[in-house]
Design a binder for this molecule. Structure first.
Ligand SMILES: Cc1cc2nc3c(=O)[nH]c(=O)nc-3n(C[C@H](O)[C@H](O)[C@H](O)COP(=O)(O)O)c2cc1C
Length: 177
């Protein structure tokens, strides 16, 4: 039997989605609870690092991941140019780091000055201290998708730097949980 429900909503998008369509889309998409991470890459002598939620473990064989980056961002440029880049998954204690690296227009100089980090080797991407898990990756494919690039990477090294009992930092409905 069909039920009458007042808690349903539906919206069919315009052929060219309007700003209102985009707003509704963003609000609905924000219902995905996501683990917060930081993507890092070296650009010359500088570290580029941003907070992201749009990452995905694709395969175990070989270990392969994907990140979605705004195509015109510094990090997309740095990641696609670097031979290695990294994803660190944050614990809830690193919310200030997520805030800092999620701000637009943060300076390259001193970007990681207040963010405890380490490297596997002098030229490697920064790995965030306290990360529940970190992955160092080499790009195997870059796909353009709307305003973003989907960067696929094969894992070349991985590990954890978590404190005992650390819990994940989660983003849900535009708030940290
Ligand atoms: C919680 C959160 C999640 C984010 N997720 C992504 C993401 O998945 N991909 C992305 O390109 N930017 C994401 N951003 C935005 C970047 O962190 C932000 O654009 C970047 O730090 C600003 O860099 P810019 O100064 O080079 O513009 C996210 C920001 C926040 C606060």
């Amino acid at each position: 039997m069909a039920s009458a429900s007042s808690n349903r909503s539906e919206r069919v998008l315009a052929a060219v989605p309007t700003e209102a369509d985009q707003d509704v889309y963003r609000a609905l998409a924000a219902n995905a609870a996501k683990g917060v991470g930081v993507v890092t890459a070296r650009q010359g002598r500088w570290d580029v690092a941003v907070t992201i939620t749009d990452h995905l473990s694709i395969s175990y064989d070989p270990p392969t991941m994907l990140v979605s980056l705004y195509a015109l961002s510094r990090i997309a440029e740095a990641v696609t140019q670097a031979d290695r880049w990294a994803l660190s998954l944050l614990p809830d204690s690193l919310r200030p780091t997520a805030d800092w690296l999620g701000e637009q227009g943060s300076p390259l100089v001193g970007l990681l000055g207040q963010v405890p980090h380490f490297r596997r080797d002098a030229d490697g991407p920064a790995l965030i201290d306290g990360a529940l898990a970190w992955f160092e990756l080499r790009t195997t494919a870059v796909h353009e998708a709307a305003t973003h690039v989907l960067v696929v990477g094969e894992v070349v090294a991985m590990g954890s730097a978590a404190e005992p009992g650390a819990e994940p930092l989660v983003r849900f409905r535009s708030e940290y949980r």
